[in-house]
Design a protein. Structure first.
Length: 189
């Protein structure tokens, strides 16, 4: 029986999940939230730190964890694989609410194994805005941007399977809405 909430934030690449999660934690002054740090086989971007944004692993290290069934969910996509470490989430849920920021497939897979999880789909205000953000970020090469955008239609087609949808047109408003969703879930509403 899960004592605390697993809050899963997902949405297309470039929708602003990272910024939203940062703001959510900046407001979490009572330290009641913990962030699930994922494992990935992609290379670190400039400024990313092992253990903070991700645990950066080799393919072999990643597959070792897959074999040990150490991921709550994992997905092999884009230029690398991504997985949510199971033990951290299970242990931390005993004392805190846990936030996992994953892709759309990952969120739906988590919901399958933890139906109590609260899944939130962050939607872009528009496709044009999403394209602008992905290109503006400048961290991916052009073919990678194209690949990520091609995935957006598929990801948006799964929105109906989420518990909640929040349009991310303003970070503060988005986080207000997420906090309200969490509060309601905690009150059993
Ligand atoms: P990025 O390479 O931009 O950091 O992340 C690419 C995508 O992978 C994003 O949509 C991100 O949310 C997703 N992602 C990050 N961690 C995980 C994870 O543990 N599992 C899954 N399924 N997706 C993840």
């Amino acid at each position: 029986m899960m004592e605390h909430l697993l809050i899963v934030i997902a949405g297309p690449s470039g929708v602003g999940k990272g910024t939203v999660v940062k703001e959510l934690f900046a407001r979490n002054t009572d330290d009641s939230l913990a962030l699930s740090v994922s494992c990935t086989t992609r290379s670190p971007r400039k400024g990313e730190v092992h253990g903070k944004e991700y645990f950066f692993l080799s393919e072999d290290e990643f597959m070792e964890i897959v074999k040990e069934k150490g991921f709550l969910e994992y997905d092999l996509h884009f230029a690398g694989s991504y997985g949510t470490p199971k033990r951290f989430v299970e242990e931390t849920l005993k004392t805190k609410d846990v936030v996992a920021e994953v892709d759309v497939n990952g969120a739906l897979n988590i919901k399958k194994s933890y139906p109590q999880a609260v899944t939130i789909f962050l939607a872009p205000p528009s496709l044009e805005e999403l394209r602008r953000r992905l290109v503006g970020r400048g961290s991916e090469k052009e073919d990678e941007v194209t690949r990520r955008l091609a995935r957006v239609n598929y990801e948006c087609s799964l929105v109906g399977q989420f518990d909640h949808v929040v349009v991310n047109d303003n970070v503060k408003k988005t986080v207000d809405e997420i906090e309200a969703i969490v509060q309601k879930a905690k009150n059993g509403q």
